[in-house]
Design a protein around this ligand. Structure first.
Ligand SMILES: Cc1cc2nc3c(=O)[nH]c(=O)nc-3n(C[C@H](O)[C@H](O)[C@H](O)COP(=O)(O)O)c2cc1C
Length: 336
């Protein structure tokens, strides 16, 4: 069985799955900045989806669409069950993690070490496709440790494509399973975008999204000449306004100010506060919005210091925005 293709327009820009970062609050914020980006959840293990607190693990606001659930695991039956639950919960895509190098993940025999087990991944993907009616996709590396053969990487992709997967996110570097922390594994192994480009050229029917080290708008745009899309992780999280600039540049629409975009988050924040969510759990994702701007440090400081206080509410965010605006008034400019 072949999983359905994702509309090309929805693949051009995406925000990477990031544990502890891309929770539902973060994704809602990113959606307001970029109406067209495809968003990804944090990785959730299939067992947790099946046996854990689903209301929390699969939390998702309808504004987030299109949004993918990323699963971890390596047991086809469990992955199939979790994929079905994720699709029924409303996720638009189920993505299988074949790229995470952490020790915990290696001990569980999933994540990046699956790059060495193409037959098992193919079996898992086939089971997931049979179990749900949304696209099933894979996020992988180029290889692990000292795999330096392009043919081996392509054989991995081919095996999974034969099982019906049409879309691959390629984090375009190896994962080194021994001796590097997950953080180092996002920085040390060299990037080889040419492997992702070559894969797209040789397998034009597959949808290939390039990920890894994409730091700015020009760089992101350059990938579109060779692949179906660019996925941004850290750059999007630390400089979320980049998402807005890319969305406007690639899809059209008017460039809105940071303050205007942030104020659009107010109804969401207030509804979450009413449900008992603490402000700090939302504002932690907003800290980079004014990065590099005048008042950016004060914005960050006001939110980080104030959001954990009891009773903190939207007025704190408004105060932080006011500070940035005070820097741009003629009065502030002349006083500076
Ligand atoms: C804090 C953090 C958590 C991450 N968690 C995941 C994850 O759950 N699943 C995954 O596939 N990749 C995860 N990654 C890797 C990113 O998805 C991405 O592949 C990597 O950061 C490279 O892209 P970038 O250079 O644009 O950040 C994580 C990265 C970071 C920084």
């Amino acid at each position: 069985m072949i999983t359905t293709a994702i509309p090309a327009q929805q693949l051009r820009l995406s925000v990477a799955p990031m544990m502890d970062w891309t929770d539902s609050h973060c994704r809602v914020f990113h959606r307001l900045l970029s109406p067209n980006a495809r968003l990804y959840s944090e990785m959730v293990h299939a067992n947790a989806v099946i046996h854990g607190d689903r209301a929390r693990l699969l939390a998702m606001d309808p504004i987030e669409h299109p949004v993918a659930l990323q699963l971890g695991g390596s047991e086809p039956e469990l992955l199939a069950q979790a994929a079905r639950i994720g699709a029924e919960a409303g996720f638009d895509e189920i993505n299988l993690n074949c790229g995470c190098p952490s020790d915990r993940v290696q001990a569980g025999r999933f994540g990046a070490c699956l790059m060495r087990e193409p037959a098992l991944v193919a079996q898992s993907v086939a089971a997931m496709i049979a179990a749900c009616d949304v696209p099933v996709t894979v996020k992988c590396r180029l290889g692990v440790d000292d795999d330096h053969e392009y043919a081996r990487f392509r054989a991995f992709v081919d095996a999974i494509a034969d099982a019906g997967c049409r879309m691959f996110v390629v984090h375009a570097r190896n994962a080194w399973l021994k001796g590097l922390s997950p953080k180092e594994n996002r920085e040390v192994p060299p990037l080889r975008y040419d492997w992702a480009y070559r894969l797209k050229a040789e397998r034009p029917d597959l949808q290939i999204v390039v990920n890894g080290g994409i730091a700015g708008a020009e760089e992101a745009t350059s990938h579109l000449a060779h692949a179906d899309g660019a996925m941004l992780g850290r750059a999007a999280y630390h400089d979320p306004y980049l998402l807005h600039r890319l969305d406007v540049a690639w899809f059209g629409g008017e460039l809105r100010s940071r303050a205007e975009l942030l104020r659009a988050l107010r109804p969401y924040v207030e509804s979450q506060l009413e449900r008992g969510v603490f402000l700090k759990h939302i504002t932690r994702h907003l800290l980079g919005l004014f990065g590099g701007e005048r008042g950016g440090r004060a914005f960050r400081q006001i939110l980080s210091e104030g959001a954990h206080r009891p009773g903190a509410d939207w007025s704190l965010v408004e105060r932080a925005i006011d500070v940035t605006e005070s820097f741009s008034t003629p009065h502030a400019a002349s006083a500076a």
